[in-house]
Design a protein around this ligand. Structure first.
Ligand SMILES: [Zn+2]
Ligand SMILES: [Zn+2]
Length: 355
């Protein structure tokens, strides 16, 4: 009989720990023994049905661990090695992957996002990584499991907007939204050379954390006139870059408005709404169509080469994502961790779940 493991499984609209067989490595896969995991609102979306996810799927897309079994066609990894993998696990071979848009692997938006959605995920004692040669990366000795755990989704998603925006050295970056993705965007905007970073969220709270990870000013809609504040902080010019990581439809025109002529709006959010819904572009603040403002629609950039670069930033002390790990749970308590994230409990940014 095959060895069994504990896994967090979607069943009948809720998530619960079940016993499942330990996965065996297919030829292109590596099976990982999980040492730490996390979860986010995307897991809650799988449970609620916002991301259509079949019953019986093991949830989760953020984990670190050690190599347990290496598939016959995978080279470069050995049993016992510490590794992690991005939350998107593209094939690396299809047209979209080769064009550099591996998040949309296979020609559909989000197509590379399969862990815990269309295949078993990583909230389990063991999980299998597809296309392992492309997606799996070793964790340097100097990087703790906790810090590495922020790479698979938080840092690889949150850094994509600032990296794609290519704002000028010393430029001003405004980050809308201060969940784990917005906080990672804040951190990486600083690492990429922003001279002034301003964060914006809906309500007061979390200012200390935003400043710990790199914000110079932490504003909120309840207390501040955001456009006036940004104008004042930039001598009337506006920001070189606005990163929209709030996922709130009303934030998008605000991001356009605070961006200077010639600046970049980098959207990191997926907005929800009916198929005929639209985002508003405020015409005057858009420069009536000739403002040279660029809107980038981005999704996580993944793959082992990029993950290796993010891990290098941690290894060499350029960024420290561990302040985002605000709660700790044992895996047996993972259902409570998911409940807290689903309820958007104040102060709950990222859970560190240990095995
Ligand atoms: Zn996530
Ligand atoms: Zn692909």
């Amino acid at each position: 009989m095959s060895q069994t493991m504990k896994a967090l499984v979607l069943r009948g609209g809720r998530a619960a720990i079940e016993r499942r067989p330990v996965p065996a490595a297919c030829p292109g896969e590596v099976v990982i023994r999980t040492t730490a995991a996390s979860l986010c609102s995307a897991d809650a979306a799988c449970v609620s049905g916002k991301f259509p996810t079949p019953d019986g799927t093991v949830l989760g897309h953020e984990a670190v661990g050690v190599v347990h079994e290496v598939g016959a066609l995978v080279s470069g990894f050995s049993v016992g090695q510490r590794v992690t993998v991005a939350s998107t696990t593209p094939c690396g071979q299809c047209t979209d992957c080769q064009r550099g848009f591996s998040g949309h692997c296979g020609g559909t938006a989000w197509g590379g996002y399969t862990f815990g959605v269309s295949r078993d995920g990583s909230l389990a004692e063991y999980f299998a990584v597809p296309f392992a040669r492309h997606n799996l990366v070793p964790i340097p000795d100097g990087v703790t499991d906790a810090a590495a755990l922020c790479v698979p989704d938080t840092l690889s998603s949150g850094s994509t907007g600032p990296e794609a925006a290519r704002f000028p050295l010393g430029g001003t970056v405004v980050v809308f939204g201060q969940g784990h993705i917005g906080l990672a965007a804040t951190m990486t905007a600083r690492a990429l050379g922003a001279g002034l970073v301003v964060t914006v969220k809906a309500r007061p709270g979390g200012e200390a954390l935003a400043k710990t990870v790199g914000a110079h000013y932490a504003l909120n809609l309840a207390k501040h006139d955001i456009e006036a504040e940004i104008r004042q902080l930039t001598a009337g010019a506006g920001a070189d870059c606005a990163v929209e990581a709030s996922g709130v439809v009303e934030s998008f025109p605000r991001a356009v408005a605070v961006t200077r002529l010639g600046g970049v709006i980098a959207v990191l959010s997926s907005y929800s709404g009916p198929d005929d819904a639209s985002l508003a572009i405020p015409l005057a603040q858009w420069g009536w169509g000739i403002g040279d403002k660029t809107i980038l629609s981005t999704f996580q950039r993944s793959g082992s080469e990029r993950l290796g670069r993010l891990l290098r930033l941690i290894e060499n002390g350029r960024i420290d994502p561990t302040p985002l790990l605000t709660q700790r749970y044992a895996f047996d308590d993972v259902e409570r961790a998911l409940d807290h994230i689903t309820a958007r409990e104040p102060g709950h940014i990222k859970p560190l779940i240990t095995f």
